[in-house]
Write a protein that binds this ligand. Structure first.
Ligand SMILES: [Zn+2]
Length: 471
């Protein structure tokens, strides 16, 4: 009884809110949307989405670029504030992440986590088009379409839905290449909404855009832009968001009823597009499915350059790996370590923020977890490409010099980079050699460009001191 009373009172308050909103915001009546029946609780949406998002971040290569993430977040936050009051759930948390994937796709999980592929931003012709995709996705979340669809299914259990969402991420969204049998069905079950739900997301999305300060017709344009991309099958996103019929016209018709509230355009669209264009290529679904994709390490907080003490002339010995010994300046400490590598840096030369770390001065030893091809130069080029994914400003000189590490053949090359930390040019020297198990050992010395001479001397002494005992 209490619950019934509460919900009736809730309904009345919602009605008042809607009425006042329609008086102040809209001159003509917008289409009224009613969320479909749902037997799950709002808390279950939140839990499902949180678990699936954690899974998605593990499975998908995240772009982890502060500027691109901030941009998408800025648009997303504006949209989240424009969710119609009757569909706002205080428990929901809208988050926005960019996946370093080429395929034109985007998806949002129950409770709010949204993932946008880099390819989607690259395909868009304006910020409004990006906002259009996001508003459409956010509408599915606000209307709780994921769990509503499960409610109408054949008695799907909550655990089953999580599996289906994971299936959607792995099978339907990220890598259609591995979507065989049940995974296709599972992926389709949750990502491919009914045409009625698509229609709702289009209309609610258009209303959200107008309230946020974007022209809702941009969403219609985005569907047109996407229809022209991606070959015969069209982009993945269109196949998981089927045309409810007359989509373009229906959105434009709704747009005619709406008044755009202000102007949300950030003016950063072209800057973000050229930033993306300057990065090494995004991964394909096939690379992701084959396990060849990695998340970028992410960016760290920036700071002005500081004075870091020069390498000490006295050296001490250390054992970074169980088959490796070396000597290094006694004022360098071990700042991060693990099974696959160690970084040594002077005080102030190493910065950690959250999950990310970077060093401006110091020496890193690592072992590539990919078995080498036997051709050291080719493997080194592959390694540089991998580094470049996390360091978009990294430039290779292309010159390789023969070197020796612990009596075996090695090659050395110099690279230049713009420090993520200081924004200043830094010089990077990379030396590689092969281990007995075929993997590549790499040694990286980093210093600001104007301190490179002093540091290169120290790096040379460290390299010459290395003793390997892996064979
Ligand atoms: Zn949709």
């Amino acid at each position: 009884m209490t619950a019934l009373l509460l919900s009736r009172r809730g309904a009345r308050i919602t009605a008042v809110l809607t009425l006042s909103l329609s008086l102040t915001t809209f001159t003509v009546a917008q289409t009224r949307i009613v969320a479909p029946k749902n037997k799950y609780s709002v808390a279950e949406d939140v839990k499902l989405g949180r678990e699936a998002a954690a899974q998605a971040k593990k499975e998908l290569p995240m772009l982890n670029d502060d500027r691109v993430d901030d941009y998408v977040e800025r648009i997303g936050k504006r949209l989240a504030q424009a969710v119609a009051p009757e569909f706002q759930h205080p428990e929901f948390m809208y988050t926005f992440d960019v996946v370093n994937q080429k395929d034109i796709n985007a998806f949002a999980l129950p409770g709010g986590p949204m993932f946008l592929n880099r390819g989607m931003i690259e395909a868009a012709q304006s910020e409004g088009e990006v906002a259009g995709v996001m508003a459409h996705e956010m509408s599915h979340v606000a209307l709780r379409h994921g769990t509503a669809q499960a409610s109408s299914g054949q008695g799907a259990q909550i655990g089953g839905i999580l599996g289906q969402i994971a299936g959607a991420i792995i099978g339907g969204t990220a890598g259609s290449i591995i979507s065989t049998g049940s995974q296709v069905a599972a992926g389709a079950y949750i990502t491919k909404y009914s045409r009625a739900y698509e229609s709702q997301a289009d209309i609610l999305g258009a209303q959200m855009l107008a309230r946020a300060g974007y022209d809702p017709r941009e969403m219609a344009n985005m569907f047109k832009t996407l229809a022209e991309e991606g070959g015969a099958r069209g982009p993945e996103w269109l196949s998981s968001h089927p045309d409810p019929g007359n989509r373009y016209n229906a959105i434009v018709k709704e747009a005619a009823q709406l008044r755009v509230q202000g102007n949300a355009n950030t003016g950063q669209f072209s800057e973000i597009k050229s930033r993306l264009a300057g990065m090494s290529p995004a991964y394909t679904a096939e690379q992701i499915a084959k396990g060849q994709a990695r998340s970028n390490p992410g960016t760290v907080a920036t700071r002005a350059p500081i004075n870091v003490p020069p390498p000490s002339n006295s050296f001490r010995t250390s054992q970074p790996l169980n088959f490796m010994r070396l000597s290094l300046p006694s004022n360098w400490g071990e700042v991060s370590g693990g099974n696959d590598g160690v970084t040594y840096a002077p005080e102030g030369g190493y910065i950690e923020s959250g999950d990310n770390s970077a060093f401006t001065h110091g020496f890193q030893i690592g072992v590539s977890n990919v078995r080498g091809s036997g051709n050291l130069q080719r493997d080194t080029e592959g390694l540089i490409q991998a580094f470049a994914r996390g360091n978009p400003q990294l430039r290779a000189s292309g010159n390789y010099a023969r070197d020796r590490i612990s009596g075996r053949n090695a090659i050395r090359t110099s690279l230049s980079n713009v420090s993520e930390v200081t924004g200043q040019r830094e010089s990077v020297s990379l030396t590689t050699t092969q281990l007995s198990d075929g993997r590549v050992l790499y040694l990286i010395g980093v210093s600001p460009q104007d301190e490179a001479r002093v540091y290169e001397d120290a790096f040379q002494r460290v390299r010459q001191s290395i003793q390997l005992s892996d064979r």
